[in-house]
Ligand binder design. Structure first.
Ligand code: DLL
Length: 433
């Protein structure tokens, strides 16, 4: 089937056209924040840069970085670049770790954000013939509102379900014949499990799922695809820069295209802050060049990934980011070794376990310990009561091969680990409690 695009001129622009557009938009954006945001002007002055120094993207490195701490310090209005009267919406992060971050949108900002989400839906094969079930949370979280807006733009029949209430999700999914589902990958796993239990698999018409908001492994993708009989697409974004749709996956499923006409991406070394060449792994940094109310220059996302400009078979020329391994602040340092929960997840799924697990890190007698609780499926549980210890040992070796350290494994009964309706909580770090 021929590839379809929502905004082909941007998604397939030549590199020269895209660079020219980014240059023009960056220069205008820097002037906009300098003129309207005293907090930025001060930061730029401290670094000795003025808008005259920024002629295009080759000057990006001269600008100061912005971090979540800046956003918290400037809370609530300190980074606002438009009069409040021009703003029509706020969205916010969950605020579990400190003060909330509040992002503001003009109507124009909402419109461009929804375009980005629409690009993702079309890249996943969405058309006005589709029934799109949005099971990301609605409200302050950006997932629901963003995908809802994108779905409207594509012309899908939109089911604004929000997260949770699994019985109702399944009723609408079957009665209305949903063909696209948008939710977190961990909730997709939960929906798949519930469909299986209720024997509803034959009544499911899903062809595509657009999953993001948390790190998930390739193994989890294969598992969800097999269980739900759909093609699973990744989508990335963060509240600070708009929400979902900063980057989205196409039919090739080898990383997400970044909407470069709206966001300039850089990869930096998080320790030295040096900009790294294409292909290096490091922290992703975004500059939003079209946002009016809440533009961010060189915002450090803490997400660890790699950028690639390899030609994509879908025809899009937008740079691609690999699946983020996780956030640098989700990375656990156990006995001096870096451990990402997504690495553990990959080992579990490869060994036939479901993605229901929890990682408990502690410190006993001044030494770090890590224990992985892994749920057994009812099948594994019933036919192997006798050799649980043996299976635990096998997982310990597989984890050791991946992580390089000993992690204790405890196989637990089916359904004993809480399911997630939004972002899953995978790690309990008792060292921090
Ligand atoms: O999670 C926005 C979103 C909603 C994206 C729905 C995709 C779908 P926040 O709550 O601000 O916003 O969290 C942003 O989530 O910095 C990443 O660490 C993580 N994240 C988001 N998408 C992905 C993904 C939304 N596809 C933070 N893979 C980001 C891995 C992701 N991590």
């Amino acid at each position: 089937m021929a590839e379809r695009y929502y905004q082909k001129d941007m998604e397939c622009a030549s590199r020269e056209e895209m660079v020219a557009l980014q240059n023009e938009r960056l220069v205008a954006q820097v002037k906009h924040v300098w003129d309207n945001v005293p907090y930025y002007r001060k930061k730029m002055e401290e670094k000795g840069v003025t808008p005259d120094d920024i002629k295009g993207i080759e000057d990006l490195h001269k600008l100061p970085f912005l971090t979540k701490d800046d956003l918290r310090e400037a809370y609530p209005y300190g980074l606002l670049a438009k009069p409040l009267a021009d703003c029509v919406r706020i969205q916010s992060t969950s605020g579990t770790t400190g003060k909330r971050v509040v992002a503001f949108y003009t109507q124009h900002d909402v419109d461009l954000w929804e375009d980005c989400c629409a690009r993702a839906i079309v890249a996943a094969g969405g058309t006005n013939e589709d029934v799109c079930q949005v099971a990301y949370g609605y409200g302050l979280f950006t997932g629901g509102p963003g995908m809802n807006g994108g779905s409207h733009k594509v012309g899908c029949l939109t089911l604004p379900m929000s997260s949770g209430n699994t019985d109702r999700q399944l009723q609408f999914m079957t009665d209305l014949g949903a063909t696209i589902i948008c939710c977190t990958p961990s909730y997709a796993e939960y929906l798949a499990e519930s469909i299986h239990e209720r024997g509803l698999r034959d009544q499911i018409k899903l062809k595509a799922g657009i999953f993001g908001a948390e790190a998930w492994s390739e193994e989890m993708r294969h598992d969800i695809e097999a269980q739900l009989g759909l093609k699973a697409y990744d989508i990335y974004g963060l509240t600070e820069t708009s929400g979902p749709g900063v980057a989205f996956e196409c039919s090739e499923q080898t990383g997400m295209h970044i909407n470069e006409d709206h966001f300039i991406a850089e990869i930096i070394d998080p320790d030295t802050l040096e900009v790294l060449p294409e292909g290096s792994q490091g922290e992703l940094v975004f500059t939003s060049i079209t946002k009016e109310a809440f533009p961010l220059l060189r915002y450090r996302t803490k997400d660890i990934t790699v950028l690639s400009r390899e030609k994509c078979s879908c025809g899009r020329t937008l740079v691609k980011m690999h699946k983020p391994m996780g956030r640098s602040d989700d990375m656990l340092i156990v006995k001096g070794v870096n451990v990402f929960p997504s690495q553990i997840e990959a080992v579990l799924l490869e060994n036939g376990y479901p993605a229901n697990y929890q990682i408990v890190v502690d410190r006993v007698n001044h030494s770090d310990t890590i224990e992985v609780l892994v749920e057994m499926t009812p099948e594994i549980f019933s036919d192997s009561l006798g050799h649980i210890t043996e299976m635990e040992k096998e997982l310990v070796s597989a984890l050791k091969a991946m992580l390089g350290i000993y992690a204790k494994v405890r196989l637990v009964e089916p359904k004993s680990i809480a399911r997630s309706e939004g972002k899953a909580v995978r790690v309990i770090d008792k060292r921090k409690i």
